[in-house]
Design a protein around this ligand. Sequence first.
Ligand SMILES: Nc1ncnc2c1ncn2[C@@H]1O[C@H](COP(=O)(O)OP(=O)(O)OP(=O)(O)O)[C@@H](O)[C@H]1O
Ligand SMILES: [Mg+2]
Length: 106
Amino acid sequence: MNILSLQNVTYQYDGTKKSVLKDIHTDFETGGLYGIMGKSGAGKSTLLSLISGLDLTTSGLVSYGGKDMRQLDRDRYRARDIGVIFQGYNLLTNPPAIWTATPRRI
Ligand SMILES: Nc1ncnc2c1ncn2[C@@H]1O[C@H](COP(=O)(O)OP(=O)(O)OP(=O)(O)O)[C@@H](O)[C@H]1O
Ligand SMILES: [Mg+2]
């Protein structure tokens, strides 16, 4: 059964002249394991941001469980149905901030 579907997906970042993704079609089956491959800059992270509901297509349809991502409650979708590990996860690297967060007995 298709759980996630992309139809004619195109994406263009604001202020740019070229589409990063052009007319992508693909389906993801329940229980499947998939890899998205491409050279650096090909648009893998952009595609993941659309699949994960962090961003919306410029045109075309992303649907989950038969529901258009534009109509879906994306906060709920992100809380319950999809998880993302970010490529740039921006963890704190400043040790004093981490030490400050360590619980202390007083
Ligand atoms: N916020 C943005 N604004 C404008 N252009 C962007 C933005 N983010 C990414 N791009 C451009 O979109 C294209 C696709 O980027 P993306 O990060 O999706 O590629 P990627 O396949 O994940 O690359 P990598 O393998 O290096 O992670 C690149 O040309 C990138 O420079
Ligand atoms: Mg990437």
